[in-house]
Structure formats: structure tokens, C-alpha cells
Design a protein around this ligand. Structure first.
Ligand code: AMP
Length: 218
């Protein structure tokens, strides 16, 4: 099974990707997580990406396409994958079509999540992350604060640099101008499954599974 998760930042793609990855036993590929790892290890890619990410911008297409091409060529994804955070631009979407053609992938689905902007801002600005195990928590839901130990590994939780309100507004602007329009690239081929991301994690997860079953994917 090959799934692309599409939607604004903070809509719950990462959370749902993890659940889907466990349910179907296929890897979750998050381009944001890959970039954050590169930033944390101080690689040349990480050094280039950090300033762009902190400002809420997009890392150049050729770099992102190269990263995704390498990931999808790996035997680890032969049985399927959940791609989260890519494509974000039309050139990325076109490149992904070529990669899918090369790999013989025809039967993929795009899960499109929708949530309104103010809810996105509320969710993202209360998000806390563990920089060690990539766990994601929410100040309001989990009753945790920045600096509290990660419930699973004890590392102090932090707010992502790009989760501050001004940066989130920039990321949303870019999402609406550049990323949202590329859904049309997929709607015409009938591969899009629309999900209301406003519900609780469990409700959204159940809805996705029902919709996937309905589309013959489960
Ligand atoms: P995410 O965790 O998906 O919200 O990604 C965090 C940041 O990584 C984004 O705000 C971008 O700066 C960068 N990024 C992730 N995926 C892409 C992509 N496909 N194209 C360009 N930049 C990306």
C-alpha cells in the first residue's frame, strides 16, 4: 500500500501516519523528520535547511526530490510506505509521478486532511516534541510543558523552532499559495480520499480506515 498524506501543517498527518504505519506495517517517511534529523546531526543538508525551516520556507525542490527518490528506491519500502510532507510543490508532484512510473507504482492513494487555519495555529503552537525519539505531545491534551521529560524516553520536551505563531502563519500562507493547489493534480485521477482532520485522533484514524476499506485499499 502506498499512501501520500496531504494537508496543512498541524493537521495531524504525522500522528495519523504513525498509526497507519503500525496498522499496516509499512514505513512512515516524513520529509520534515528527515530534515530535522539532518539539522540535528549538522550535515551539509541540515545546515542548508535549518534557516529555511526556521523561517517557515520550503527547502529547494531538487534537494527534496533527491531525498525522496533515494528513500523510495530502498528495499525497505518495497511493500509500501506512507509519505508525509511530500509533495509540497507542483515540480515535486511531477517528479513524484516520474518516480512512481519508474518504480511501477500505480495504485497509490492520497489522503487529504482538512482543518481550518485558526485550529491549526492553536494546535501547532501548543505542540511539544521530543528531539530524541520524535514523540509529539500537546500542552493542552497531555498536560505537559516545555522542559518536562518526554514520557517515553525522559529527554526534555521542546517547542519546534518553526512552531512559533509568526512562523506557523508563514507556513500556512505558503501552504495555501503553493501546496494546496497541487491537490488538483491528483483529484482528476480519482485517487484522493478526503478526511475531516478536526476530530479526535481516534475518530480521524477510524474514518481513514473506513474510507480506505471503501476504496478497496484494506
Ligand atoms: P513538516 O514537519 O512536514 O511540517 O516540515 C517541516 C519543514 O521542513 C517545512 O516547513 C519545510 O521547511 C521543510 N520541508 C518538509 N518537507 C518539505 C518539502 N517536501 N519541500 C520543501 N520543504 C519541506
Amino acid at each position: 500500500m502506498q499512501l501520500l498524506l496531504f494537508g496543512p501543517p498541524g493537521v495531524g498527518k504525522g500522528t495519523q501516519a504513525k498509526l497507519l504505519s503500525e496498522a499496516f506495517n509499512i514505513p512512515h517517511i516524513s520529509t520534515g523528520d528527515l530534515l530535522r534529523k539532518a539539522v540535528a546531526s549538522g550535515t551539509p543538508l541540515g545546515r542548508q535547511a535549518k534557516a529555511i525551516m526556521d523561517a517557515g520556507g520550503l527547502v529547494p525542490d531538487d534537494i527534496m526530490i533527491g531525498i525522496v527518490r533515494d528513500m523510495l528506491a530502498s528495499p525497505a519500502v518495497a511493500r509500501g510506505f506512507i509519505l508525509d510532507g511530500f509533495p509540497r510543490t507542483l515540480p515535486q508532484a511531477k517528479a513524484l509521478s516520474r518516480i512512481f512510473e519508474e518504480l511501477g507504482i500505480r495504485d497509490f492513494k492520497v489522503i487529504e486532511f482538512a482543518v481550518d487555519d485558526e485550529e491549526v495555529i492553536r494546535r501547532i503552537t501548543s505542540r511539544l516534541v521530543c528531539t530524541k525519539d520524535n514523540g509529539v505531545y500537546n500542552r493542552d491534551v497531555d498536560g505537559l510543558a516545555a522542559g518536562d521529560p518526554c514520557p517515553s524516553c525522559g529527554t526534555p520536551l521542546a517547542q519546534r523552532d518553526d512552531d512559533r505563531e509568526e512562523t506557523v502563519r508563514e507556513r500556512l500562507k505558503l501552504y495555501h499559495s503553493t501546496t494546496a493547489p497541487i491537490i488538483h493534480f491528483y483529484t482528476s485521477s480519482g485517487v484522493v480520499i478526503k478526511v475531516d482532520g478536526a476530530g479526535s485522533i481516534d475518530v480521524v484514524s477510524r474514518e481513514i480506515k473506513v474510507l480506505l476499506r471503501g476504496s478497496g485499499k484494506q
